[in-house]
Design a protein around this ligand. Sequence first.
Ligand code: ZN
Length: 391
Amino acid sequence: MRKISADYIFPGNANPIKNGVIVYDGNGVIEAVLNPTIDAINYNEVEVYEGIICPGFINTHCHLELSYLKGKISEGGQLHNFVKEIIDLRDQFTEEERLEAIVLGEKEMIDNGIVGVGDISNGDSTFEIKEKSSLNYHTFIEVFGSDPTIAEPAFKHAKGVYEAYFNKTSASITPHATYSVSDPLVVLINAHAIQNKSLITIHNQETASENVFFREGKGAMFELLGIAKKTNNSFIPTGKNALPSFLGKFNRVYKTLMVHNTFTEKEDILWAQKYSKTIYWCFCPNANEYIEKKQPNYSLFKNEKCTIGTDSLASNWSLSILDELKTIAKNDASISLATLLKWATFNGAQFLGFEKMGAIEKGKQPGLNLIEHVNLEDLTLQSSSRIRKLI
Ligand SMILES: [Zn+2]
């Protein structure tokens, strides 16, 4: 039996407990969480740490297979240039280099206290590593194609990758982004998702030109993808932002994660609330800093089910949820540490269906992170705050 305490326990789904104690049974399952204002505690038999303890982090948005692009893409180039650069670079690396980078990327996540990951895959390069991994994965097989005539082969390819995955209950076929999936492809993805009750994830409103794409049928992304030509000039602008224009094409959605949301407006959130009760949101603050140098309006999302992602090493300096939280805290001091940690743990575990994770409570095995160098006076993160993985 192990008993662990720190200055504060942040359970992930409840208020912080000052000097709380987490009691583990012999099998590494939490047996009890004690609160000194209610429970009698003998601290002589407790491991006591300085700092705060929270559950292991859930990274709801990563592309582990792109780890080989670390440091290769220019910063601040906006999304359309990022896409261009990836296309130019992607064939210049050997399979060995890619695999090596995947192994290192995963190790970085583990060292940074991440225990569960929602990972985007276009191919099968990460599958063997995931099968043996100590991390919990849900893999999103991503499909894209803005040319309506290639919908069937594109979907067939994704289906093949999906079939190659070792555990279908933790995989789903998912659309890439609002701007890169044609109407016939939406129909195919939607049918598969309904049949399999799939989790869906969509890159959403990461760049301003995504809204212009749907509102006016023009802009940098519209031009880059040659939409006018691909659709024989039949694209009809909706006059609405990207989120309602795209998600509205799905006639039923199970749990759906909107990723980035940098240019998401209040009306979009209101629309999403009406559309489905199972919409989750994922922020990747450092990827936004890397590509667009712009942050989402976090305050709009205070009452929403938010989660945190690192995105890939193609557009980030690290795979660290704590680094992401620091960036949010720097940009919006009104989001409390308890809220940030709920986003980084409980909400992500709920979205991905990792039932044993995301909360420090009886019966769970959430992993345990100690965050050191937290300002304990006002419970805020500092730039020197760092992770020590306890379990
Ligand atoms: Zn992404």
